[in-house]
Design a protein around this ligand. Structure first.
Ligand SMILES: Nc1ncnc2c1ncn2[C@@H]1O[C@H](COP(=O)(O)OP(=O)(O)OP(=O)(O)O)[C@@H](O)[C@H]1O
Ligand SMILES: [Mg+2]
Length: 351
C-alpha cells in the first residue's frame, strides 16, 4: 500500500488527446473513483497508471518511486480489466497465481496466497474450475482475486461490476469497499454508474474530454460543482438562467435581520405553545392577532390609525369624523366618511 501521485499525465493518439494534463494525488488507503462520460479518458488514465499504455507526457509516482518508465510487473499495481481478461485455458487457481509466478514469488508461497485471495472473494471452492465454468459475476471476482493476490500497492479497477446484474452488482461493490477498507488499499476505480461511485468513493474525479473537471467528495460535487458540466453530470439538476450580482450595501444586512426576526418569532411561537400546553390545552395554540395591513403601515400616522389600533372611548385624540368607530373598541366597522384624516376618508375597513 502506498500513495499515488500523478502529475500532468497526458496521452495523445494521432492528433487527438485522449488524456490531457491530469494531476491527481491519492493518499494511502483512499478509494478514488473516476467518473465521466464514455470516451473521456478514464481507461487510458488507469492503463497508464498500470503501465499498459506509455504516457505522452507527465509523471506517475507510487510511494517514493517514479514508475513512469517501468513495465507493469515492476510497478506492483493490481488491475481488474473491464473485460476480466482471464486466461481461458487456466484454472481459477492458475489464473490467480499467474501474477505471483511472473513476480518470481517462491512456489511454496504461491498456493497459500492464492487460497487467501480466493477466500477474500468467497471463491475458495471454485479453485479447480475453468473460467468457462463460472458465471459472469464469479469470473469478475476471480479477476479481483488475481489483482489482490499480488498484494498491490495500488489497486486499479476498470468498471469491475459492469457485467453483473443489479443485485449482484450491489453485493460485490459492498464487498469490494469492505475489502478495500480492511486491507487499507489505495484504490482507483473507473465507473459510469453514479450510484456505484457515490457508494464506494472517498473522493470522486469528474472527467470530460480527457481533462479533469473537478475533484472532491460527493458533497463538494453536489453543493459546489465547479462548472455547468459537473452540475449536470452529477445527480439531477435544474438550471435557472439569471445574472448574479453582489448585494447592494443596504441589502447586505437584510438576510441577517430576516434570520434574526425569524428566530425571534420562532421563539415567541414556541413560548406561546408551551404556555398553551401548560394550561392543559389540547387544541391548536391561539393564533397571533392579525395586524391590519393598512392601519399598521408605519406612515399611517393619523390619530384615526392610532385609534383603530388602540381605541379608547372618549379619547381626546378621537377625531369627530370617526364616530362610527366610537364605542366599538376593536370590533368591526367602517371609518366615518366625514373624517378629516386621509386614512379615514379612504374608507378602510378595520377591526
Ligand atoms: N489505442 C487507441 N488508439 C486510438 N485512440 C484510442 C485508443 N485507446 C483509446 N483511444 C481514444 O481515447 C479516448 C479515451 O478512451 P478511453 O478508453 O480512455 O475512454 P473511457 O473514458 O474509458 O470510455 P468508456 O467509458 O467508454 O470505457 C477515446 O476517444 C478513444 O477513442
Ligand atoms: Mg473505459
Amino acid at each position: 500500500m502506498a500513495r499515488l501521485d500523478i502529475t500532468d499525465l497526458s496521452k495523445r493518439y494521432g492528433g487527438q488527446w485522449a488524456v490531457e494534463n491530469v494531476t491527481l494525488d491519492v493518499p494511502q488507503g483512499e478509494f478514488l473513483v473516476l467518473l465521466g462520460p464514455s470516451g473521456c479518458g478514464k481507461t487510458t488514465t488507469l492503463r497508464m497508471i498500470a503501465g499498459f499504455v506509455q504516457p505522452s507526457g507527465g509523471a506517475i509516482r507510487i510511494g517514493p518511486r517514479d514508475v513512469t518508465d517501468l513495465p507493469p510487473w515492476k510497478r506492483n499495481t493490481g488491475m481488474v480489466f473491464q473485460s476480466y481478461a482471464l486466461f481461458p485455458h487456466m484454472s481459477v487457481a492458475a489464473n490467480v497465481g499467474f501474477g505471483l509466478e511472473m513476480r518470481k514469488v517462491p512456489k511454496a508461497e504461491i498456493a497459500p496466497r492464492v487460497a487467501e485471495a480466493l477466500r477474500l472473494v468467497r471463491l475458495d471452492r471454485y479453485s479447480e474450475r475453468y473460467p468457462r465454468e463460472l458465471s459472469g459475476g464469479q469470473q469478475q471476482r476471480v479477476a479481483l482475486a488475481r489483482a489482490l493476490a499480488i498484494r498491490p500497492d495500488v489497486l486499479l479497477l476498470d468498471e469491475p461490476l459492469s457485467n453483473l446484474d443489479a443485485k449482484l452488482r450491489e453485493e460485490v461493490r459492498i464487498e469490494i469497499r469492505e475489502l478495500q477498507q480492511r486491507l487499507g488499499l489505495t484504490t482507483v476505480m473507473v465507473t459510469h454508474d453514479q450510484e456505484e461511485a457515490l457508494t464506494v468513493a472517498d473522493r470522486l474525479v469528474v472527467m470530460a474530454e480527457g481533462r479533469v473537471r473537478q475533484i472532491g467528495t460527493q458533497q463538494d460535487l453536489y453543493e459546489r460543482p465547479a462548472d455547468r458540466f459537473v452540475a449536470s453530470f452529477v445527480g439531477r439538476s435544474t438550471f435557472l438562467e439569471g445574472e448574479a450580482r453582489p448585494f447592494p450595501q443596504r441589502g447586505r444586512a437584510r438576510p441577517r435581520l430576516r434570520r434574526q426576526r425569524a428566530r425571534r418569532l420562532g421563539a415567541r411561537a414556541q413560548a406561546r405553545t408551551a404556555r398553551h400546553r401548560a394550561g392543559g390545552g389540547d387544541r391548536q395554540p391561539p393564533a397571533r392577532p392579525r395586524r391590519d395591513p393598512v392601519l399598521s403601515r408605519p406612515d399611517d400616522r393619523s390619530p384615526c390609525a392610532a385609534l383603530a389600533r388602540r381605541p379608547r372611548r372618549g379619547s381626546p385624540a378621537e377625531p369627530a369624523g370617526c364616530s362610527d368607530a366610537e364605542g366599538r373598541g376593536r370590533g368591526s366597522g367602517r371609518m366615518g366618511t366625514g373624517c378629516r384624516h386621509a386614512v379615514c376618508r379612504s374608507g378602510v375597513t378595520w377591526r
